[in-house]
Design a protein around this ligand. Structure first.
Ligand code: DHB
Length: 395
């Protein structure tokens, strides 16, 4: 057994695409290795499930050879635990000699891995985690997901323009939640609104009941909510069970809460929730319609924003490898990733060459039942802020 195969057996790796298409040139005989680290189990397992499905779809559509070089993708499960992410990244870099690290389902997992990317000069493509400061943890980090400030400022503007004056923020108590809380407050206050309470819920297995009671007591015009992908349905259920949807407190959110992965199961309590995000499965472009149809045919579930960031992460890496004519190399790949512009199922995206972070349109959406789409619940886009750069990085 070759060393690589032994490692795969040892660490339970899933080799998604090892099939060679055509003959590689002698000089490029080694496969180009992309090592995804994702939460496939635990509280954030839906993030891993979505991104893995997107990787599979991308490779089914685009093949597994670039410039004569065979591409091999490995997905390993970190269970959402930062020490595990770091250990897997170390093994991938040192033992497996992977060319690109990718994935990172939660902010602490990306933070834990950043020093390894820097030391080994390995490009690290963040396809999920969304705290603004992540890209500043290593010059080798490039992001295809989003940042919380990027999607929060537009909903703060929308709220202020739509008669909402007093807001309570309600966020998961870690990086992206603190970004959402801070940027909502600064923008909404600038727009003339007032934040009258700031509620933070634990990241791990939250029971929202005591926090929802506190929210009810504060009686704001609206609550602005950010919770990571996977928690939205439980939040909505408890919001409805306590009658908060009928209490006169309006719910606004980032699209993480009205996540396409769970939205259709949330039921009527989600109807009318206005939220902001960079991707909706109902985005009406031709490219997205094709993407959603192919994704659903292959997986029997709907793609969410995590899937799209994984799909685009693959495209970014394929493009970079093509730009190096199949040679790769950390510095050359990184240079080729900076400044890329391409159409994503979400719309046009740019990887900002200075910040290595994504610039994209942010949509204001409303949850509606869509008769033309099987009467299912969707985030229906009705307004947009074009080409939004992470506000935390705009001087
Ligand atoms: C993060 C995770 C999420 O699931 C999400 O929707 C947004 C941000 C994070 O940990 O960075």
């Amino acid at each position: 057994m070759k060393k690589r195969q032994a490692l795969h057996a040892l660490f339970g790796a899933a080799v998604i695409a090892a099939a060679s298409i055509g003959h590689a040139h002698a000089a490029d005989a080694t496969p180009f290795k992309i090592g995804f680290i994702l939460p496939m189990t635990g509280q954030s397992a839906s993030t891993g499930k979505q991104i893995q499905a997107a990787i599979n779809l991308y490779m089914a559509q685009n093949g597994s050879t670039i410039a004569g070089r065979k591409i091999e993708v490995t997905v390993k499960d970190d269970g959402g635990v930062a020490d595990t992410t770091r250990r897997i990244a170390q093994e991938m870099v040192v033992n497996d000699k992977i060319d690109v690290l990718a994935g990172f389902g939660l902010t602490p997992l990306a933070f834990a891995t950043a020093p390894i990317a820097t030391q080994s000069k390995t490009p690290m493509v963040v396809t999920a985690a969304a705290t603004s400061a992540i890209t500043e943890q290593s010059p080798y980090i490039v992001r295809t997901s989003f940042t919380l400030p990027q999607v929060t400022v537009p909903i703060a503007d929308w709220a202020a323009k739509n008669g909402i004056k007093k807001v309570v923020t309600f966020v998961a108590d870690y990086g992206p939640g603190l970004d959402a809380e801070k940027f909502f407050k600064s923008q909404f206050t600038l727009d003339g609104g007032q934040v009258i309470g700031e509620i933070r819920t634990p990241l791990k297995s939250p029971d929202f009941a005591p926090f929802l009671q506190k929210l009810a007591d504060l009686k704001p015009d609206a609550v602005f909510c950010f919770l990571p992908s996977g928690q939205g349905a439980a939040f909505m259920k408890q919001f409805g069970e306590r009658g908060l949807d009928k209490s006169g407190i309006r719910l606004i959110a980032t699209g993480d809460v009205t996540d396409d992965d769970q939205l259709n199961d949330m039921g009527d309590v989600a109807l009318g929730v206005v939220n902001s995000h960079h991707y909706s499965a109902a985005h009406p472009s031709a490219m997205n319609k094709k993407f959603v149809a192919a994704f659903e045919a292959a997986n029997h579930f709907r793609p969410n924003f995590m899937a799209v960031a994984g799909y685009d992460g693959m495209h970014l890496i394929y493009n970079a490898l093509a730009a190096t004519k199949g040679k790769g190399g950390g510095g050359a790949l990184l240079a080729a990733m900076k400044g890329q512009v391409f159409e994503s199922p979400r719309g046009q995206i740019l990887i900002d060459a200075q910040t290595r972070d994504i610039v994209q349109d942010v949509y204001i959406r409303k949850v509606e039942r869509v008769p033309a789409m099987g009467n299912q619940l969707f985030n229906v886009e009705f307004d947009v802020q074009k080409a939004v750069k992470d506000p935390a990085k705009v001087k």
